[in-house]
Ligand binder design. Structure first.
Ligand code: SPV
Ligand code: MG
Length: 294
């Protein structure tokens, strides 16, 4: 269709744009389709969000095959590229390269691996975030690059040093090691409520590789500041799943109170909107084409 003609590759968006590019969180086919309709050029398949919709905690409770299955549904529902949150790779180099290969086979355009031990814990939960040893994590990155040599499959190396309470020097040493190991971009994560430590990092890093950020906690910083800092990609990491929680909670609360769906009728998506999002028109046209005339 029309959309595919103006689809940028994930590599274009992260590695060659004037920046910043924006990746919108999605966690299933429906949220992926909605984000595409809004005009986003790429998606973030969030581990937190996918875990949540499956009823798991973001602590590697969902299996890697469950994540691949969700990503496949997203890739079928949206034409824009998907960067998948691969957590820490679900084990050692061997698990990481298997995950990357399967993600690519099922429609992902890239994977982000974080330098934590397995099982990981969400970066905003608690204070136990043991890091992987640098050399061992570099092995995971190299194994992914060797297994999936396609240059269009983007490998983002995510640094959790600042989350785990280590210094800027530790974060920089890790970034340099991951660049040497073949990463295409660096994600520097922070749980601070302002972006100062991000900018300290970007000043020292000097864009040796493109920088990706996740401003969930420092959400007040204007995008102009990211542009000035030369940041390549901003991930809006969890706002579709949080929007879904608010909307579902409101509608459930009202329906139970009012013992009626009449009050919410004007506030929820119409069935026609749902049918349009999931492309029912295509099936009607195909029925005319392929089914025998009654
Ligand atoms: C995710 O969306 O799952 C992420 C980002 O990894 S964060 O929750 O900030 O760790
Ligand atoms: Mg995650």
């Amino acid at each position: 269709g029309n959309t595919s003609e103006c689809v940028s590759t994930l590599r274009d968006l992260i590695c060659t744009g004037d920046g910043p590019s924006f990746l919108m969180e999605a966690h299933d086919a429906l949220s992926a389709a909605i984000a595409q309709r809004s005009g986003f050029k790429a998606l973030w398949a969030s581990g937190l969000s996918i875990s949540s919709i499956l009823g798991y905690r973001d602590a590697n409770e969902a299996s890697w095959t469950q994540v691949v299955d969700v990503v496949e549904r997203m890739a079928d529902a949206a034409e824009i590229p998907i960067l998948v949150d691969g957590d820490s790779g679900f084990g050692n180099f061997n698990n990481a390269r298997l995950l990357a290969r399967k993600l690519r086979q099922h429609g992902a355009s890239g994977v982000c691996l974080e330098d934590k031990a397995f099982p990981k814990m969400n970066s905003f939960v608690g204070d136990r975030h043991p890091l992987a040893e640098i050399g061992e994590f570099c092995g995971r990155l190299k194994a992914v690059k060797d297994q999936v040599p396609d240059p269009e499959f983007v490998l983002v190396a995510r640094i959790e040093a600042l989350i785990a309470g280590y210094s800027q020097q530790e974060a920089l040493a890790r970034a340099n090691a991951y660049a040497d190991a073949g990463a295409d971009a660096i994600l520097i994560h922070s749980c601070k409520s302002d972006a100062e430590e991000i900018f300290t990092f970007t000043r020292a890093w000097q864009n040796r590789l493109p920088v990706v950020i996740v401003p969930t906690k420092y959400h007040r910083t204007p995008v102009a500041d990211y542009r000035a800092a030369g940041i390549s990609t901003v991930i809006w990491a969890n706002h579709n799943v949080r929007a879904a929680i608010s909307a579902m909670r409101q509608v459930c609360d009202r329906i139970i109170q009012e013992e009626s769906i009449a009050g919410v009728e004007g506030e929820v998506a119409t069935l026609d909107e749902l049918f349009e999002l999931m492309n029912y028109g295509e099936l009607s046209a195909a029925n005319e084409k392929y089914l025998p005339r009654a």
